[in-house]
Design a protein around this ligand. Structure first.
Ligand code: ADP
Ligand code: MG
Length: 650
């Protein structure tokens, strides 16, 4: 065998012959079975990959112009071949080596994929749920298998002279081998990638030019690289050839020239999502720093919103050149759900991605962008309340992280924060502004109650005194609430005060008139009975279990409740800290007793006569713990006392 023949022989041996990784197989399965109704999007996915490949090479060529010397102009061509029943998308972007072909098109490298696949498995019954998840993830390249029974990807990495073909039927696995001459001829110049799809019979509409043209126009108009209809050689010969898309970068166009649909398509491309943006912010900032931003807030919360990495996704461009989508410093972590692009006029093009992290211009952009988003959200809350409420439901907890993460934006953040409260019985979200407007004469504090769920806080006995006096109390039921309360001391000079901590000075609200109404509501006449003997007796009976026992002003219908002593951490906060194992101090609660409650009055008589009230005291304490959702220290004792008392009364 001659050396040449030997080389030829070796060319036939695949470089890679592999099964897909497990998550790709599962994804392919879902793509083929669940997504079949909307198969147009395969073209959008392939074109977006091509555009990304062009963006990447454009960036690399800044430091190494050799890479694009064969043709400095980027373009994407797409065409059909009715003889072979194929559709091809070709780009002269960065291309892939054999290793990259196997890696990028055989596994899913994105972080969090495993978690996503787990979720998909769980929601296996519901196609709608899967669609949502996939949409958030972007099916990407594999969408091609919705319309093709075989795909060939021919690629030549810019700067290399080797051409490889990746080939797969989308079921068993894939092969990567040296490209043959016919395949190599599909490339556009000396670099880039050609993806050829062998169209399934049921998708034959894509073998019509008009269908390709319409699909490109519908989904890819915003792509900044020109997209042509026809094979690269044909397009080069045709001096009249016009791109199918509007190639000006969408964000540089005047907002009034951009349709809602243009924005949504761009959002889908940039955000890898299928929902629609609930808010779009597009503006140009001039002055100390000069940049254009086109940013979107999704309607649906991304599945990994609370992933500890708190990754950000906004893409950085410098004068229209894509630089990176991995610069976390461009966005605050509490705005990590924002998608879109920021295009800076000030940063130098040849800056390395690493040094961008500490760049003062980036810092200024981050702050300016946050201010604008917060003010746009404030506007949204006034102009489109339902949209804002949806937004808050999806992203409110993330936003609230900003209250302790970014003190410089606290005012703007507090303005858009929404909470449930005793007003409207917790049915409607209110702002702190609303709260302050409804404050009672003489009220200087903002009262709140922390708890696990809205239902449980609504029924808290501690609320009774506030309700009867018409004093509004905010419900904080998000874990994050306990944390921001540590760093936000007040809203417009009004301190936040937990109603389960310390004593509340109700006297100042109980002027003559309202005192009368409160007393009228109460049917018991002799509420002025002295209960000091009972307090002493209970204190003795409960010993170290409580900080102390005292008369309550906050109770109306319940006999007892627990509150934290003045100097201690709020009770719910203590529970949260304990769960997170950050806190060990075991603060004893204050047991407050209702001096007007029939049960307490009867007990007071008993105590007066020096009768034993120990079991009653312990039962009342346990009851207060139960209402609060605490676990009892000793449930057996509780049950025994309960049975004893039932036994005596029967
Ligand atoms: P994504 O685009 O979200 O990364 P895809 O499944 O669409 O996921 O593509 C997987 C990877 O394959 C891309 O990240 C890229 O590295 C590579 N790739 C796909 N198409 C091309 C192309 N036309 N040119 C260069 N690389 C490509
Ligand atoms: Mg892609």
């Amino acid at each position: 065998m001659s050396a040449k023949e030997k080389e030829k022989e070796q060319d036939q041996v695949p470089n890679y012959d592999k099964g897909f990784s497990a998550d790709v197989s599962r994804l392919l399965d879902i793509v083929a079975n669940a997504l079949y109704t909307n198969h147009d999007i395969f073209l959008r996915e392939l074109i977006s990959n091509s555009a990304d490949a062009c963006d990447r090479l454009r960036y690399d060529a800044i430091s190494n112009p050799e890479l694009t010397k064969d043709n400095p102009n980027f373009r994407i061509c797409t065409y059909k071949d009715t003889t072979n029943r194929t559709v091809t998308v070709v780009d002269n972007g960065v291309g892939m080596t054999d290793e990259e072909l196997a890696e990028n098109l055989g596994t899913i490298a994105k972080s969090g994929t495993a978690a996503l696949m787990e979720q998909m498995k769980k929601s296996s019954g519901d196609t709608g749920d899967k669609l949502k998840l996939i949409g958030q993830f972007g099916v990407g390249f594999y969408a091609g298998f919705m319309v093709a029974h075989k795909i060939e990807v021919v690629s030549r990495k810019a700067g290399s002279d080797k051409i490889f073909t990746w080939e797969s039927d989308g079921a068993s696995g894939f092969v990567v081998r040296k490209a043959n001459d016919i395949e190599a001829a599909r490339l556009d110049g000396e670099r880039g990638t050609a993806v050829t799809l062998y169209i399934k019979d049921e998708a034959c509409e894509f073998l019509i030019d008009k269908k390709i043209e319409d699909t490109v126009k519908q989904y890819s108009d915003h792509i900044a690289v020109p997209i042509y209809l026809g094979a690269p050689a044909m397009v080069s010969q045709d001096t009249e050839a016009e791109p199918l898309n509007n190639t000006a970068a969408l964000w540089m166009r005047t907002p009034s020239d951009i349709t809602e649909e243009d924005y949504t398509n761009f959002y889908t491309y940039i955000g890898q999502t299928i929902d629609e943006p609930i808010m779009t912010s597009h503006w140009h900032a001039e002055g100390k720093i000069d940049f254009t931003a086109l940013l979107f807030i999704p309607t649906l919360r991304p599945w990994d919103l609370f992933d500890p990495s708190r990754r950000r996704f906004v893409k950085l461009y410098i004068r229209r050149v894509f630089i990176t989508d991995e610069l976390d410093e461009l966005m605050y972590p509490w705005l990590r759900f924002v998608r879109g692009i920021i295009d800076s006029e000030d940063l130098p093009l040849n800056i390395s991605r690493e040094t961008l992290q500490y760049n003062p211009v980036v810092e200024k952009i981050r702050s300016a962008v946050a201010r604008k988003i917060l003010s746009d959200l404030d506007k949204l809350s006034r102009n489109d309340e339902p949209a804002f409420v949806t937004f808050w439901g999806q992203f409110g907890s993330a936003i609230k992280e900003g209250l302790y993460d970014a003190p410089e934006h606290q005012a703007g953040l507090l303005k858009i924060c929404r909470f449930y409260s005793t007003h409207d019985n917790g049915e409607k979200l209110i702002s702190l502004e609303d709260y302050v407007e409804r404050m009672k004469d003489g009220q200087d504090k903002i009262y709140y109650l922390c708890g696990e769920t809205l239902e449980s806080v609504k029924n808290s006995p501690q609320l009774e005194g506030f309700r009867s006096r018409g004093i509004e109390v905010l419900y904080f039921t998000d874990t994050i609430d306990d944390f921001w309360l540590q760093s936000v001391l007040d809203y417009k000079g009004h301190q936040f005060q937990s109603i389960t901590r310390g004593d509340v000075d109700f006297d100042k609200f109980d002027d003559e008139k309202s005192k009368k109404t409160i007393e009228n509501e109460e049917t018991k006449e002799e509420s002025k009975q002295d209960i000091s003997a009972l307090i002493t007796a209970m204190q003795e009976a409960l010993g170290k279990r409580v900080h102390n026992v005292r008369k309550s002003k906050r109770l109306k219908d319940s006999p007892v409740c627990l509150v934290a002593p003045d100097e201690a951490v709020d009770m719910h906060m203590e529970r949260v800290l304990k769960i997170n194992q950050k806190y060990n101090a075991n603060t004893k609660p204050v047991l407050e007793i209702n001096p007007d409650h029939a049960l307490i009055l009867k007990l007071a008589e008993k105590a007066e006569k020096k009768e034993d009230i120990k079991d009653f005291a312990l039962l009342l304490l346990d009851q207060a713990h139960i209402i609060q959702g605490d676990e009892l220290e000793n449930p057996t004792d509780f049950a025994r006392r309960m049975s004893d008392i039932m036994n005596k009364t029967l």
